[in-house]
Design a protein around this ligand. Structure first.
Ligand code: SF4
Length: 462
């Protein structure tokens, strides 16, 4: 039996990173690593980094300064604290991290997580391994599955990575460089992972990938399956109540995927479909390979398939060359589509991407002003969407206890957080809730029916 050691993993950025962090913890669990909520107690700190946001690398170096002080305090107390940097900044910076932050013991990119035990063993011997290869072996095969207890502790909604990497090369994005080319996991492995999750009480699964709707995995019949076919197969797993997928590219919204929104009752009526800009000129400069009209047509077809579909999106303002007229087209698109929510960011150049080399970069003040105006428009549309829910009765999956006693927090089909007074025994249950009040970021509701006498067991089937 391994001696118990404490692991602290800090995830930055997207859901892919949250998922990867969990799989790293699962991979280290057989080696005696138990997760701790405090970096100060840890024997191993992993920073799982993200390269999407502005000054990502600088933020990692400043975080490393804080962790280095913890390492010094641990050493003064006679304890060894190891520091690892993972994720997209690790991939992009490689050896540079060890050079600038010598307290770091190991560096590894997103394709090397399954080699973590070997890398850690080398680091313990005093090497400073840096692994940023794109190996050909299937890292998912070699990553450990979570224990039933770990799955139960993480709740009733889970992510499953089905696809990684991207071949699109949008001119602002580092993903094709940090995560590599598109790779899809085979159907059988995804189904087995979902079945394990269901056996531990999971009821909602979100299939994730950088470009998830480009999924093209090997099916058991020897053919290549689309995301739509995968969703159909996963929705047939008994015990799965809800399905989602993210993040999608507008160009990959295939006919069968749109039809899945009509045909699969478990596929929730919510879709995150980044558009980035409403201007054709800027979409072309971004190499998005779709126009504003293409996007509108895709949305119209999706709404025809599923009329209550709630759409969310991503926007970048101040891309090089963006004029006030281009920006006005983005604002117009927000109103025309009526998104139920959106993430919006100022463009910031990523070294090594074509956008960083473009002339006519937009000045910071203009970017800030446009971001503020865009966010006002998005908030207005989000509030309008939320108001349409007032008085409606929707199914809510209760995921966790609320901040106040006697309250549970769950998600509506449209992914809105909903706070409800309900007994703790309903954690993990799906119940009809009438929406009674709207706040800026969440909804409040009341159970439409008295709770059932039989409590819903979070770990049913385990
Ligand atoms: S499709 Fe998404 S992940 Fe791929 S390059 Fe474009 S923004 Fe990046």
């Amino acid at each position: 039996m391994n001696e118990s050691r404490r692991l602290f993993v800090k995830s930055f950025g997207c859901q892919m990173n949250v998922y990867d962090s969990r799989r790293m913890a699962d991979t280290l669990a057989p080696r005696g690593y138990v997760e701790t909520a405090s970096a100060g107690d840890a024997d191993l700190v992993i920073l799982n980094t993200c390269h999407i946001r502005e000054k990502a690398a600088e933020k990692v170096y400043s975080e490393l300064g804080r962790v280095r002080r913890l390492k010094e305090q641990a050493a003064a107390a006679g304890r060894r604290l190891m520091i690892a940097v993972a994720g997209c900044v690790a991939q992009a910076e490689g050896e540079e991290i060890i050079r600038r932050a010598p307290a770091v013991d190991l560096v590894f990119g997103p394709q090397s997580y399954h080699r973590l035990p070997e890398l850690l063993a080398r680091a313990e011997r005093g090497d400073k391994p840096v692994d940023t290869e794109f190996p050909l072996d299937d890292k998912f095969d070699r990553l450990a599955a979570p224990s039933a207890a770990a799955t139960r502790a993480r709740g009733v909604a889970a992510f499953v990575t089905v696809q990684e990497g991207c071949d699109k090369f949008c001119t602002f994005c580092v993903v094709p460089y940090t995560r590599g080319a598109e790779v899809s996991r085979p159907v059988g492995k995804i189904v087995a992972e979902v079945e394990r999750l269901v056996a531990s009480g999971v009821r909602e699964v979100t299939l994730i990938g950088q470009n998830v709707n480009a999924y093209h995995g090997d099916g058991a019949d020897g053919r290549t399956w689309s995301l739509a076919r995968l969703l159909e197969r996963v929705s047939a797993i008994e015990g799965i109540e809800r399905l989602r997928y993210t993040t999608s590219h507008p160009r990959d919204m295939a006919d069968d995927l749109m039809a899945a929104h009509r045909d699969l009752p478990k596929l929730m009526p919510q879709l995150h479909l980044p558009v980035q800009s409403g201007s054709d000129r800027i979409l072309a400069a971004m190499n998005r390979r779709h126009t504003r009209a293409d996007y509108l047509q895709t949305v119209a077809r999706l709404k025809a398939a599923r009329p209550d579909l709630a759409l969310t999106s991503d926007f970048i303002v101040g891309f090089p060359g963006e004029t006030e007229a281009d920006f006005a087209e983005t604002l117009g698109l927000v109103d025309e589509i009526g998104f139920s929510g959106a993430f919006s960011f100022k463009y910031s150049p990523r070294p090594g991407t074509p956008g960083a080399e473009m002339a006519d970069q937009v000045d910071e003040d203009t970017k800030s002003d446009r971001l503020r105006r865009l966010q006002v428009a998005i908030d207005r549309r989000q509030a309008a969407f939320n108001r349409t829910c007032l008085g409606r009765t929707v199914d809510v999956l209760f995921e966790k206890a609320g901040r106040y006693g006697g309250q549970l927090v769950g998600r509506s089909p449209y992914l809105q957080p909903v706070q409800v007074t309900a007994p703790a025994s309903m954690l993990g249950a799906i119940a009809a809730v009438t929406i009674t009040e709207i706040a800026s970021n969440s909804l409040f509701g009341a159970l439409a029916h008295a709770p059932a006498r039989e409590p819903a067991l979070l770990g049913a089937g385990a």
